[in-house]
Design a binder for this molecule. Structure first.
Ligand code: ATP
Length: 195
């Protein structure tokens, strides 16, 4: 799966609907300081479920909504869509959207269908494109990875390798098993009482 385009409206400095296309190969984004380069990577992380306003360089989540300029009114909501495609499957379009209103109401969509954040997280769990994955390496991240504790570094490698999904399922199965064992012991108690 690769990222074909990012479509932003009302997100930070993108007051007009703006589409940034990523061709195959390398894409470089250049521009003067403060022109909105980092806002593009913020937008991508935001759709992938970033929940920390601070890590998006704001105080509250509502700060991602275009707050207006001298010439333009603030907007009421921010919406970003990631357009993804599978390089090997034709017609494999996957559009993921996050929308946030000033009221605080937040919505996610997968191909236009209202979804939960959980659905989006699961979708990306084994693609290496999670919000905390290797696919987005910001300034300082390289040092952070090199200096990370072994278990944290292992976590990053496991996400990139697609192991995390199975670890999560293993945990879910283990807790179901435990629950079943408890039920079984309760049944045994009842049988004992009856005998
Ligand atoms: P640098 O090279 O300095 O890191 P940059 O090109 O990465 O700069 P960004 O940090 O992406 O720039 O963009 C910052 C700009 O976005 C600032 O001009 C800021 O005013 C604007 N901005 C951020 N949030 C909003 C918002 N909610 N509404 C309007 N403009 C915003």
């Amino acid at each position: 799966v690769y990222l074909k385009a990012v479509d932003a409206y009302g997100f930070k400095s993108f007051a007009d609907r703006t589409t940034v296309e990523f061709d195959k190969g390398l894409t470089a984004i250049v521009g003067p300081n403060g022109s909105g380069k980092s806002n593009i990577t913020d937008a991508i992380r935001w759709v992938l479920g970033e929940q920390s306003a601070k890590s998006l360089r704001g105080a509250r989540m509502e700060d991602v909504i275009f707050s207006g300029t001298e010439k333009r009114q603030p907007l009421n909501y921010a919406e970003v869509t990631l357009k993804l495609e599978d390089a090997f499957v034709s017609d494999s379009k996957l559009n993921i959207t996050r929308r946030l209103y000033r009221s605080g109401e937040s919505e996610y969509f997968i191909n236009g269908t209202k979804s939960r954040l959980k659905d989006i997280t699961e979708l990306f769990l084994d693609t290496g494109l999670g919000k905390e994955s290797f696919s987005m390496i910001s300034q300082g991240k390289v040092d952070e990875i090199l200096n990370a504790k072994p278990e944290d570094r292992r976590h990053l490698i496991e996400e990139a390798a697609g192991v995390l999904k199975y670890k999560k399922r293993k945990k879910e199965t283990a807790s179901k098993l435990e629950e079943t064992m408890l039920n079984l012991s309760r049944v045994n108690d009842i049988i004992f009482d009856l005998e």
